[in-house]
Ligand binder design. Structure first.
Ligand code: KIV
Length: 267
């Protein structure tokens, strides 16, 4: 029987210079397909709010929704390492709530690690969760839960002062005990510098080629979400076209009395 990867596998990959592959998934069938394809880590992202639930941003996503999606992904995966996002307001109020909610994603969701957004400002929260023996992934740069502070989804760290702060954030996240760090929407040279400074692996999204791994949203790479098309996304398939064709064929065949045929009917 195959066993899910662990933090030790991820650390080994970093040490060996092997790139770490990560994709988001929110349900059983996608998790299963990713697993079969050999993905290293699956992130049950709060991007579920945008690409599955149809919200404008990730802010409305709840703990119960994250647990529901995490359970489905865990059932579909027997080899990838599973990370669940902590949604907005699940870790910002106080350390007790943060610890309880991180624990729920592990106990009720079945995740192996949690991810939360922020740098120096969440270092104490990361430490409190790591102290419960829950592996934590940090996330700095373009942090979608900060959309209103950033004034939109904008590349972060272009100015020197911001870049210095991001480097300090990265160090604080590592120091607090996180085992990996997502770098989102920052200039490639800054991501390269942060990656060289840290011992823990960096996972980039819109952060250039020098991170230790890459993460993308599955709906973006398969052409399943037309809403946004960020520059950093590469589309590997156009699944929308295939799905639309299948639905159109079904409608036509039912209207024309072609489906169901004898082979789909009981005698
Ligand atoms: O929610 C998410 O999918 C994420 C990734 C984009 C890193 O946080």
């Amino acid at each position: 029987m195959e066993k899910n990867k662990t933090v030790l596998d991820i650390q080994r990959m970093k040490a060996a210079g092997e790139k770490i592959t990560v994709l988001t998934a929110y349900d059983y069938p996608f998790a299963r397909l990713m697993d079969l394809a050999g993905i290293d880590m699956i992130l049950v992202g709060d991007s579920v709010g945008s690409v599955v639930s149809g919200y404008d941003n990730t802010l409305p996503v709840t703990m119960d929704e994250m647990i529901y999606h995490t359970r489905a992904v865990v059932r579909g995966s027997s080899s990838a390492f599973i990370i669940a996002d902590m949604p907005f307001l699940s870790y910002q109020i106080d350390l007790v709530e943060a610890r309880r909610n991180a624990g729920r994603l592990i106990k009720e969701g079945g995740a192996q690690a949690v991810k939360l957004e922020g740098g120096e400002n969440v270092a104490a929260t990361i430490r409190a969760i790591v102290d419960m023996d829950i592996p934590v992934v940090g996330h700095i740069g373009l942090t979608p839960q900060s959309i209103h502070r950033m004034g939109g989804y904008r590349v972060q760290g272009k100015e020197d002062e911001q870049a210095r702060q991001l480097l300090a954030d990265a160090r604080a996240v590592q120091e607090a005990g996180a085992f990996a760090l997502v770098l989102e929407g920052i200039p490639a040279p800054l991501a390269q510098l942060i990656t060289a400074e840290l011992d823990i692996p960096t996972i980039g999204i819109g952060a250039g080629a020098h991170c230790d791994g890459q993460v993308l949203v599955i709906h973006d790479i398969l052409g399943l979400c037309e809403k946004y098309s960020p520059k950093f996304v590469k589309r590997y398939a156009d699944v929308s076209a295939t799905i639309s064709q299948g639905i159109a064929d079904y409608i036509r065949e039912v209207k024309d009395g072609v489906f169901p045929g004898d082979e789909h009917s009981f005698k």
